[in-house]
Design a protein around this ligand. Sequence first.
Ligand code: FE
Ligand code: FE
Ligand code: MG
Length: 160
Amino acid sequence: MERKGRELIKGDVKQIIEMLNKALSDEWLAYYQYWIGSKVVAGQMRGQVVAELTEHAGDELRHAGMITDRILQLGGTPVLKPEDWYKLTNCGYDAPEDPAVKPVVKQNIKGEQCAITVYKKLSESLKDKDSISFYMVMEILKDEIEHEDDLMNLLDDMQE
Ligand code: FE
Ligand code: FE
Ligand code: MG
């Protein structure tokens, strides 16, 4: 049977799935960057930084889940191989090679700023094509803005 939900799509479904798979790859890399960062980070205010990075890692993993569920609803295949994350990513991956708190927090701010740009653009291209994915992206965008804000506030506290 045809799925009624898919009739609502006004754009090229394949192209929408491709864009969502790119965002999915970003989320996994963001998840790992936060998660490994929370393990290796050292220095001033460590406990607070670990708590924030761990919370954000959980949010990125949740975003990956939301995007995956939507790709499946659209009849697509979510990225199946981690090696493809690097091929599809918009924002890349910054390894926390310097585990000091400031560089780690700054790397993650850079990642959030890239995510905000990507989701803003994605929301614009989804607006008239797929309103369900559009609302999902807006929800994610709201979290990324909060992430950037939280990290900026942490950095401000450290400068004192
Ligand atoms: Fe995210
Ligand atoms: Fe984020
Ligand atoms: Mg937070």
